[in-house]
Design a protein around this ligand. Sequence first.
Ligand SMILES: Nc1nc2c(c(=O)[nH]1)N[C@H]1C(S)=C(S)[C@@H](COP(=O)(O)O)O[C@H]1N2
Ligand SMILES: [Mo]
Length: 328
Amino acid sequence: MLIKKPDEIKSSEITDQKVYLNRRLFIRGAVLAGSVAATGLLYRKLNPPAAVVEEQPKIAGIVKPPSDESMRQGFKVNEAPTSFEDITNYNNFYEFSTEKRSVASEARGFITRPWTVEVGGLVNKPKTFDLDDLLKLAPQEERIYRHRCVEAWSMVIPWVGFSLNALLKQVEPLSTARYVAFQTLLDPKRLPNQSTSVLDWPYVEGLRLDEAMHPLTILATGLYGGTLPPQDGAPIRLVVPWKYGYKGIKSIVKISLVADEPPTTWNIQVPEWYGFYSNVNPNVSQTRWSQATEHRIGEYSSRPTLLFNGYAEQVGHLYQGMDLNVNY
Ligand SMILES: Nc1nc2c(c(=O)[nH]1)N[C@H]1C(S)=C(S)[C@@H](COP(=O)(O)O)O[C@H]1N2
Ligand SMILES: [Mo]
């Protein structure tokens, strides 16, 4: 895997700490004042992002201050969001580039309309949804989630999206459906790195049906109160906050309900490192990296990694009786 250990990341690749600390004071203050969107705008005015970021149209009425209830359910964490600049310039999206800092420029201008997502397999009502159908399927909500990459870095991302279960209910899964399989667009003209063999294309991922139905599992269509930048998986990508980032498959065109555990890209690539479940677990370091700690992008020191990425209360029951050392 072409990924670096955190200690191999040059400090120049990481946001300058002084800039970060100043920014963090701003973010703190504004979050307390109750407006994440305002923070993003203020932040961007004071520290314009690298030129690769295109104008991000805002979505009306998305951003609301976190309530106790939304925090209890895990829909919003009470932690400072990572800057818009870092979320949109430090990316893993191998279809564009294996260099995190080059993804944004490679993805610039990626055409996401028209776009359809074919939903089928073991369902009563298979349907191909146009992007606009998907946006109307359920109210778009802000979800502020921790994001933990298996490379031992993390972020806090204010996504916009809706629970995947809203989509799955529409197609009515059959009782024989036990897993959900996802596929990224296959189009080497638009996803230029698909003409290399760095991974098996298209990128594929999967979840057990109960994981897919969990309210924390979302299809994200935006971030920071605006539309989803191409480098983050436009126009629609999966986010499963208690699993390693690579489960969050980007630019999805196909979702299939299936009976058996579907193949997943990184499991195909290095099966002894990357299991099907890929739940964040500080005690299981199947990869060559220890997963005990993580570097929060924008912070100076490392912090302990939490079981299920801090979502144990919400999702722990899904794995009751399972040996997490075996089912990694
Ligand atoms: N299609 C596709 N999806 C993908 C990837 C990818 O290379 N291709 N990278 C994954 C990895 S390793 C991570 S950490 C997250 C990164 O999402 P972000 O760039 O929006 O932070 O996307 C995931 N989804
Ligand atoms: Mo990742």
